[in-house]
Design a protein around this ligand. Structure first.
Ligand code: ATP
Ligand code: MG
Length: 446
């Protein structure tokens, strides 16, 4: 590794570089129209649903102290070991990290702002996360999560509520082929007992453990159960199950979650090997998985994390939540062949003469105030262009109507309204001074 460039040296290197072309960072995507319309649509569905469950939105910093993730997620995790974008603040030497997930920052904010003072909280967030992974379909270096978190309540009913919420979201979004896997990780003492049995089992099969598993054997053996290495599958399948080590209270919690899901017709399967990427989980853990996206099929994961608030320096407080991967959900929607949301404006304004722009734009403002979406023809800077070229643009925009601000109509205090789609009637004129009365006739039915 070479020394990091100082600002000045980097600026100099940039200025003397041969290639003038700059490209974005690998694994970080530009989200552009028309695809961005799907994002906006999804976000609107999420906001609506969160409101129906009375979850409130939080917007948190993208940069947090590195220590938050080391302490919160656990040192021996994929994220902390190899995926974080960490750097030193040039000015004060602080160790900082681009957030790789949202839960730790949210818990930090809840503790710092004493949000649990007046009782539990139901919160959600949306935004970019950063992990230095090998980019591939469904796996990016900047990706986006939507997360829902409930803090301050220890009962199984909030675990179930969160699962019902996610399940409703799949319905609202029209997702097909999503299945739910459930497990319980129990409590620390139960995990301790299981851990000893697990290590003993894995040690008996040391010869088939890969390098990573060898390394985690004593630091984080539970994560070995999560391996994708085919050579280790049979050893992992024969390993002692954490579920068999759960005490009465943990089992009762798990059964209570299941009973609520059963009563609400939510199908699930128990996966005793389901563990999660972060150390902070206990009791209920779950994932929503689709078979349609290959090996990046987990669209949402979550669980209970009753010890994280304390870990981050707060008064002990139970918590549970999930996070979904927006790119993967959208890829599934695309995979299902859903059409893109219609971006066409209601009207396209054709303005033959530059001199008529002020009055035409006044009319467009009045239309927009009535909720009509109006796209104005924009000229080259040397005039507005021929009627023919303007009509071509109008057709290309997909608008239902062209508004033609011709000199003759304007002289009579009118504008021509011309249907751009077949079968919607011929041309008509409307008065310029009663826009509110006819604006709605231009709007597409919802
Ligand atoms: P995976 O096993 O696929 O690496 P994970 O366990 O690391 O997932 P979580 O930390 O639980 O993932 O994040 C929740 C969700 O965020 C995942 O289920 C997935 O949909 C999405 N996600 C995680 N990492 C990425 C990534 N690098 N690119 C795109 N989406 C991601
Ligand atoms: Mg991962």
């Amino acid at each position: 590794m070479s020394e990091p460039l100082t600002d000045k040296a980097h600026i100099k290197a940039v200025k003397t570089a041969k290639s003038p072309k700059l490209v974005g960072v690998k694994g970080m995507n530009d989200i552009l129209p028309p695809e961005s319309a799907r994002w906006e649509w999804l976000e609107a569905q999420v906001r609506g649903l969160m409101a129906r469950y009375a979850y409130r939105n939080v917007r948190l910093p993208i940069v947090e102290p590195t220590a938050l993730f080391v302490r919160g997620l656990g040192e021996v995790t994929d994220i902390v070991e190899k995926e974080m974008y960490s750097f030193e603040d040039r000015l004060n030497g602080e160790q900082l990290t681009l957030r790789p997930e949202g839960t730790a920052g949210l818990v930090r904010a809840v503790v710092e702002r004493n949000l649990l003072y007046e009782g539990g909280k139901r919160l959600y967030y949306m935004g970019p996360m950063f992990r230095h992974e090998r980019p591939q379909r469904g796996r990016y270096r900047q990706f986006h999560q939507i997360g829902a978190e409930v803090l301050g309540f220890g009962g199984a009913e909030v675990d179930a509520e969160l699962i019902l919420l996610a399940n409703d979201l799949w319905k609202v979004l029209g997702l097909q082929d999503v299945r739910l896997e459930l497990n319980s990780l129990g409590q620390p003492a139960e995990r301790q007992a299981h851990r000893a049995a697990l290590i003993a089992h894995l040690e008996n099969h040391r010869d088939v453990l890969d390098e990573e598993a060898q390394r985690r054997l004593h630091s984080n053996p539970l994560r070995i159960l999560d391996t994708k290495n085919p050579v280790m599958q049979s050893v992992v399948e024969a390993a002692p199950r954490l579920l068999d080590f759960l005490g009465e209270a943990s089992l009762a919690h798990f059964n209570a979650v299941k009973a609520i899901l059963d009563a609400n017709g939510v199908a699930y399967s128990i996966n005793p090997r389901l563990v999660r990427g972060m150390d902070y989980y206990n009791l209920t853990v779950f994932e929503f998985i689709t078979a349609r996206l290959g090996s990046q099929g987990t669209i949402c994961g979550g669980g209970r994390y009753d010890y994280l608030v304390e870990q981050v320096g707060g008064k002990p407080s139970p918590a549970v939540g999930w996070a979904l991967g927006v790119e993967r959900v959208l890829e599934l929607i695309k995979e299902q062949g859903e059409a893109l949301p219609d971006l066409a404006p209601d009207v396209y304004a054709i303005i033959p003469e530059t001199a008529d722009l002020p009055v035409a734009m006044q009319v467009l403002q009045a239309l927009r105030a009535q909720g009509v979406s109006a796209q104005m023809h924009a000229g080259s800077g040397e005039g507005m262009g021929s009627m023919k070229s303007q009509f071509k643009k109008a057709d290309g925009s997909g608008a239902r109507f062209a508004l033609v601000f011709g000199a003759e109509e304007l002289a009579r205090g009118q504008v021509a309204v011309k249907s751009l789609r077949d079968g919607e009637g011929a041309q008509r004129t409307e008065p310029l001074n009663t826009v509110a009365e006819w604006a709605h006739s231009l709007q597409s039915p919802l």
